[in-house]
Ligand binder design. Structure first.
Ligand code: NI
Length: 139
């Protein structure tokens, strides 16, 4: 496959961190690591813009002592019971909880569900991962 070369400028500190990270992941050269990152970025951006059916997870961390966040999160999950296939709850410490929801359905609804969770006060981190369900895109 033909390739095109591009030049990318990095601040030394950023490049050092990048090199440390990709070395720890087993990459032997920067080009392969950058290509993988670009592929994943394009796939994720395509999925986020895509319409139709999707599958994935929502992972979030919250402080269960914060106000009525536990009740609000449970209420949201019941609203989206058709999209949530399973949930796992892990007590991280005395205050923090981790939950992972396995979700499937209309991508628009899955994004709304993730938005509803991440916008709750008391939710510290929330990440939506969408994967191709039917038409896997080859990049
Ligand atoms: Ni908990």
């Amino acid at each position: 496959m033909p390739v095109e070369r591009v030049g990318v400028s990095f601040e030394p500190e950023l490049l050092r961190k990048f090199d440390d990270l990709i070395r720890s992941k087993g990459y032997t050269n920067r080009s392969e690591a950058i290509r993988d990152i670009v592929r994943e970025y394009i796939m994720n951006e395509n999925l986020m813009r895509e319409e139709g059916q999707g599958i994935g997870t929502i992972t979030f961390i919250y402080n269960h002592d914060f106000s009525d966040v536990t009740h609000r999160l449970m209420h949201i999950q019941h609203e989206y019971h058709l999209e949530i296939y399973s949930s796992t709850h892990v007590h991280i410490d005395k205050e923090l909880c981790l939950e992972v929801l396995v979700i499937r359905g209309d991508i628009e609804n899955l994004k709304k569900l993730a938005g509803a969770i991440s916008s709750q006060k008391g939710v510290k981190h929330c990440r939506l991962i969408l994967l191709p369900l039917s038409s896997a895109k080859e990049i």
